[in-house]
Design a protein around this ligand. Structure first.
Ligand code: RNT
Ligand code: ZN
Length: 416
């Protein structure tokens, strides 16, 4: 008997079917953020990069500086990751022909058709985000909540343009595209008016979402604070949760770096499942703050995936990743983080959820604790390896050799 077969028997004793688990994880798309490839720089500004409370730190050599390089790097990474993939794009990744340029309020599907061709060739889905940061029209740190009408107009037009692009991408791929609005708006120091900016944001969103678009799932992403935006965030949790709850078709995206440190997204998922038929996620790893470290195979990630699985919410929860580490090989960052998301999902699918629920409902808390702990040392690695083999990606750390070779042959030759 192979190790896999022996392990399968162990899981079967608990009523868990690894074959079904592997089939399920293989079918659940993970939306991989393109912005890990270039530290959230994009192609549309001379001075790209982060701002408004988000920061990519580090200067590991060899980052992608154009569409061709980013595509090549993304492809390299995805070849080492099992499962179904989507590519999460930001509007600043507009692809311009030489000499062509339009500002963000004027972008159209044309600048994203090359991404659609790339997605189609490789069997990826696409998700989309307006880019309301790293741009001269961010005034006093504000976009959609700005008191300056021309600033607000620019960003409303950008968000409307982004939704139209998302719709066109959806039509082209015969799919539904998630369009996520995150803005950096807030104040470093104590505001004199907390209501005004929120009322302006609310009416901006009403304008942005006015048109129904059949191939778009709209969502808004809240946040608690950012570096330089410590005292007040316009789009906080209460604001966006209420907005989503009162606007059919607009969902509340949960980024697990965007809450107070003892709050957990794993507990928010089953709360929102009582009210929403979709919950988009940004899975990240906050270290002391919203630092967007590479996702690791650790407890809260497993807990998030368990909540998705045990509540039968695989069709409702849209899993996207959001991390950007510029201090390590960026392709390895993608591979480690996304393999971990896949790994945690498979791990969650291999837990005896039904049995554990019955124990909870019958008040058998001792037995529930015992079983939960025993499950932690089941031979999960054997199932993960088998899953990778079936997906024709490296099952062990040998994927790193491929990344190292690519670094030597391709990344190290880039002049940045
Ligand atoms: C920022 C948000 C947002 C961004 C990306 C680049 O705190 O998490 O999702 O990270 O849009
Ligand atoms: Zn996010």
């Amino acid at each position: 008997m192979t190790r896999f077969e022996e392990s399968k028997k162990k899981y079967a004793e608990l009523g868990v079917d690894p074959e079904a688990a592997m089939a399920t994880v293989a079918n659940k798309a993970i939306s991989i953020h393109c912005w890990q490839g270039d530290d959230v720089t994009g192609f549309d500004q001379k001075q790209g990069g982060t701002g408004g409370g988000i920061q990519a730190t580090g200067n590991y050599p060899g980052k992608a500086t154009n569409f061709e390089q980013l595509k090549a790097d993304f492809l390299m990474a995805t070849q080492l990751i099992p499962g179904k993939k989507r590519i999460n794009l930001h509007a600043c990744y507009a692809v311009f022909e030489s000499g062509e340029w339009v500002d963000r309020d004027k972008i159209t599907y044309k600048q994203f058709a090359p991404w659609v061709a790339f997605a189609r060739e490789n069997g990826f889905g696409i998700d989309f985000n307006p880019t309301c940061f790293s741009h001269p029209m961010v005034k006093d740190g504000l976009t959609l909540s700005s008191p300056d009408e021309s600033v607000r107009r620019f960003w409303i037009d950008h968000c409307i343009a982004s939704r139209k692009i998302a719709q066109a991408i959806g039509e082209a791929l015969g799919d539904t595209v998630l369009n996520n609005v995150w803005i950096p708006d807030g104040y470093k120091d104590i505001p004199a008016d907390r209501l005004g900016p929120r009322m302006r944001l609310k009416s901006a969103l009403d304008e942005i979402f006015a048109e129904k678009l059949p191939n778009v799932t709209d969502c808004v992403e809240s946040k608690v604070f950012g570096i330089g935006v410590e005292s007040y965030t316009v789009g906080n949790n209460e604001f966006y949760m209420s907005y989503a709850a009162s606007h059919a078709g607009v969902y509340n995206l949960l980024d697990n770096g965007h809450y107070h440190p003892t709050e957990v997204v794993s507990d928010k998922i089953p709360a929102l499942l009582c009210f929403f038929d979709k919950i988009p996620l940004h899975v990240t790893r906050p270290v002391r703050w919203d630092s967007d470290h590479v996702v690791l195979f650790e407890d809260e990630l497993k807990e998030i995936m368990k909540e998705i699985v045990r509540n039968d919410a695989l069709d409702k929860v849209l899993i996207g990743l959001d991390f950007f580490d510029a201090s390590i090989n960026r392709i390895a960052a993608w591979v480690i983080g996304t393999r971990n998301a896949q790994k945690a999902l498979l791990y969650a699918l291999l837990q005896p959820h039904k049995t554990l629920k019955v124990l909870q409902d019958n008040g058998c808390f001792t037995e529930k604790m015992m079983l939960m702990e025993e499950c932690k040392t089941l031979p999960f690695g054997d199932i993960w390896e088998e899953y990778c083999r079936r997906q024709e990606v490296p099952a062990d750390k040998s994927w790193y050799d491929t990344v190292q070779t690519y670094e030597k042959d391709v990344l190290s030759k880039r002049s940045v």
